[in-house]
Ligand binder design. Structure first.
Ligand SMILES: NC(=O)C1=CN([C@@H]2O[C@H](COP(=O)(O)OP(=O)(O)OC[C@H]3O[C@@H](n4cnc5c(N)ncnc54)[C@H](OP(=O)(O)O)[C@@H]3O)[C@@H](O)[C@H]2O)C=CC1
Ligand SMILES: O=C(CO)COP(=O)(O)O
Length: 309
């Protein structure tokens, strides 16, 4: 059943929109948007998906949704993208390792700010793929753009809008690191008290980090912050949480990532957060310990250090 009014449905029929990146999230977003619009999709590898098109054809669409891992976005834009008025929704969640650049900073080299928006909130691709109720936030300095993208989403996905781009970005990226921490905590069987404390302290830590970059308090209490953190840090559906579980079992990171076969952004973002916190003197003890564990530190030693801190 579609409850959209007939005028809006006529307009939606003409929308030209494509998803860039046919991984788990890209395919789930295409599935969701296809309830209302004809949504094309493209990817590095050709896939047998309806409305799969070439990169060139996708880039000719008026609306583009980027569902690529954060670490490859800059290279992809450099290789393929020319701006000719497209409106963009960035669906990735991560901070670039090495530069410490936020995605809005990377995209700003290619696209004017008023053409950019960012998706956030608790949204496992596998549940969106089943049409289960999901709430997300579209964040942009351009509220008209946020509302345009919001109008494309199906009724099972409730969309909110916000102007706090940096807040949404920090929350989406930081919670992946905290999900690894939570997976480690559960993998070590430290108990429910420990996990709740870790998630609560994690929320304080990501708030402190985000405030430094100008994020709004309310973003951390809402869907983008607490919502996505609670989801990801407490479910084996999360790839980042599963990375943590396997690290606690003593598995090697290379083997974990190979077996995962999908991106776990927290692995790279933990390093980016450490780089930024060092540069700007921000206290980020959990992200710091996760970065050390990913480089080989014994997880139990990190727990001891965090408790002693
Ligand atoms: N999965 C989820 O539940 C959610 C994911 N996200 C975020 O969305 C982003 C994408 O995640 P997800 O789709 O799940 O990840 P996947 O690992 O499932 O897919 C990654 C996609 O990126 C493409 N890709 C990988 N490396 C390159 C490269 N070097 N050049 C071009 N394309 C590349 C792959 O293309 P190909 O398959 O053609 O090789 C694939 O389409 C991440 O930032 C993630 O945090 C956000 C919310 C929910
Ligand atoms: O961002 C997500 C849900 O909102 C997906 O988390 P994972 O990448 O850890 O699976």
């Amino acid at each position: 059943m579609n409850y959209l009014n007939p005028d809006l449905m006529c307009k939606l029929a003409d929308v030209s929109i494509a998803v860039i990146g046919a991984g788990k999230w890209g395919q789930a977003l295409q599935f969701a948007l296809s309830r209302n619009v004809t949504c094309k999709i493209t990817s590095r590898h050709t896939k047998p998906i309806e409305h799969f098109v070439s990169v060139e054809e996708a880039l000719n669409c008026e609306y583009l949704i980027f569902a690529l891992p954060a670490q490859v976005v800059r290279g992809w834009l450099e290789a393929h993208f020319t701006f000719h008025g497209q409106k963009i929704l960035v669906a990735a969640k991560g901070i670039e390792q090495g530069s410490g650049a936020f995605l809005n900073e990377i995209f700003a080299h290619y696209v004017p700010k008023e053409h950019l928006s960012f998706l956030s909130g608790p949204s496992f691709a596998s549940e969106v793929m089943q049409g289960l109720p999901t709430a997300v936030v579209i964040n942009s300095s351009n509220e008209i753009l946020s509302k345009e993208f919001a109008s494309f989403f199906p009724s099972f996905m409730k969309t909110y809008t916000s102007k706090d781009v940096i807040g949404a970005e920090v929350c989406g990226a930081y919670k992946n690191v905290l999900a690894i921490a939570s997976g480690i905590c559960d993998g070590l069987k430290l108990g429910n008290n420990a996990r709740a404390s870790l998630i609560a302290r994690g929320l304080v830590e990501m708030h402190r980090f985000g405030k430094y970059f100008g994020a709004l308090d309310e973003t951390f209490l809402g869907l983008s912050g607490a919502g996505d953190l609670f989801l990801t840090a407490s479910s084996t559906l999360s790839r980042n949480y599963r990375v943590g579980l396997f690290l606690a079992e003593g598995k090697r990171l290379e083997d974990i990532l190979l077996a995962l076969g999908e991106v776990a952004e927290g692995v790279f973002t933990s390093e980016a957060i450490c780089e930024l916190s060092l540069k700007h003197t921000i206290y980020v003890p959990i992200a710091h310990e996760i970065a050390l564990i990913l480089k080989g530190k014994e997880p139990r030693e990190s727990v001891r250090d965090l408790l002693a801190d």
